[in-house]
Write a protein that binds this ligand. Structure first.
Ligand SMILES: Cc1ncc(COP(=O)(O)O)c(C=O)c1O
Length: 377
């Protein structure tokens, strides 16, 4: 069976995990966490990067940093993972779902303004498949209405928009290092703080409400409980695994892009023949080959496609069921305007095997079976 995903592995992971064990430092914020945080800050040029236990808890932190009051509203796409939504529900907000653009599957920037009410406080964008949302337009709306922007860049590590790293453009950015992501630590993530004014609050929030980070930097002589908080620090063992990948991030990125380009070239003819749609990458975006998807004619064809590929030993998967049509979506939010594309486009999307280490032979098999399905040998 050709898997849909295999977690990234570079070969240095065991060495670094052993180093963490030997140093008798396996709790959070040791040397490997510091190295990862610094790498993210330097590479992506942001005020502060803090590893978290998941992309979900990075979003939880970002939502809490937005300082929402019960009844405040957050605008977000419905085509996303539950984590984007739960973070804001936990922070007390109501969700207002906005339609996506069918080309990138990202929130439609042209439909955001009409969803704004007197209660709107945040626009939470999701850079689907590591392809950026139209950030200039979104930042302009946020500025005019005094809203915060949270970037769910769970899939967007190493992608850019007009030269700026995804996650570093809004007020807060959130990365995921789950095993399905380009760079992984099993379960893990990072929150990116772009406004230095929020760094201290973020450190306190992440460290059980204490000013322990300040204490470790020698800025206070004892640490104490200063505000509400939680524990969002991953273990050094996980950070050591991630470090083995950040060290060779360019190599992983280049290899993923090669795989992505191979798919994209192979399926050009199918798109020209009107049989499928391929991903669309806007001019200002450099993506990270997080995912390769095609769009089938409709839901029925997608189901037949997934079944055909599975029968041929290839795992292909669909993605999010739109949140506004899920039980919790009804409970915590509403869809603003008309669902023109969210449901229709998401029902057509299917993801092909895509991971660091996918062999040329396996990829050739995937491609040939896609061609066979569409009767185009
Ligand atoms: C868009 C998006 N947001 C958030 C998450 C949550 O990340 P994690 O699994 O690290 O909690 C994911 C994970 O798949 C995601 O795709």
């Amino acid at each position: 069976m050709i898997s849909f995903n295999v977690p990234p592995f570079t070969g240095s992971e065991e060495k670094y995990i052993k180093q963490a064990i030997d140093s008798h430092k396996i709790c959070g914020d040791g040397e490997f966490t510091k190295k990862c945080n610094l790498w993210l800050e330097q590479r992506f040029n942001c005020s502060k990067a803090l590893l978290t236990t998941s992309g979900t808890t990075a979003l939880d932190m970002a939502a809490l940093l937005c300082d929402l009051k019960p009844g405040d509203e957050v605008i977000l796409p419905s085509f996303t993972f539950s984590s984007t939504a739960t973070a804001f529900v936990l922070a007390g907000a109501r969700l207002v779902f906005v339609d996506i653009r069918p080309d990138t599957m990202n929130i439609d920037e042209k439909k955001i303004e009409q969803a704004i009410t007197g209660k709107t406080r945040v626009i939470a964008v999701v850079h689907y498949a590591g392809v950026a949302c139209e950030m200039d337009k979104i930042l302009d709306i946020a500025e005019r209405y005094g809203l915060k922007v949270v970037e769910d860049a769970a899939q967007g590590v190493m992608s850019t928009y007009k030269g700026r790293a995804l996650g570093t453009i809004g007020d807060f950015g959130c990365y995921s290092f789950h095993e399905t992501k380009n760079y992984s630590m099993g379960e893990g993530g990072a929150v990116i703080i772009n406004d230095p004014a929020y760094v201290e609050r973020a450190e306190i929030l992440r460290e059980k409400g204490t000013n322990r980070s300040k204490f470790f930097r020698g800025q206070v002589d004892k640490y104490t409980w200063v505000d509400f908080g939680d524990s969002y620090l991953p273990s050094e063992l996980n950070a050591a695994y991630l470090w083995a990948q950040l060290e060779v991030a360019d190599e992983i990125n280049a290899e993923r892009l090669r795989i992505w380009d191979t798919y994209n070239t192979a399926f050009e003819g199918l798109e020209k023949a009107g049989k499928i749609n391929r991903p669309f990458i806007p001019e200002d975006c450099i993506h990270n080959a997080h995912m390769y998807y095609i769009k089938t004619k409709d839901l029925q064809e997608r189901t037949a496609f997934i079944d055909f590929m599975k029968a041929n030993g290839i795992m292909c998967v669909f993605h999010y069921v739109p949140l506004h049509s899920a039980p919790a979506g009804y409970k915590y939010g509403r869809f603003d305007g008309k669902d023109e594309y969210t449901t229709k486009a998401s029902e057509r999307l299917v993801r092909l095997p895509m991971y660091y280490g996918l062999t040329k032979e396996d990829q050739a098999k995937v491609i040939s079976k896609v061609m066979e399905f569409y009767g185009n040998h």
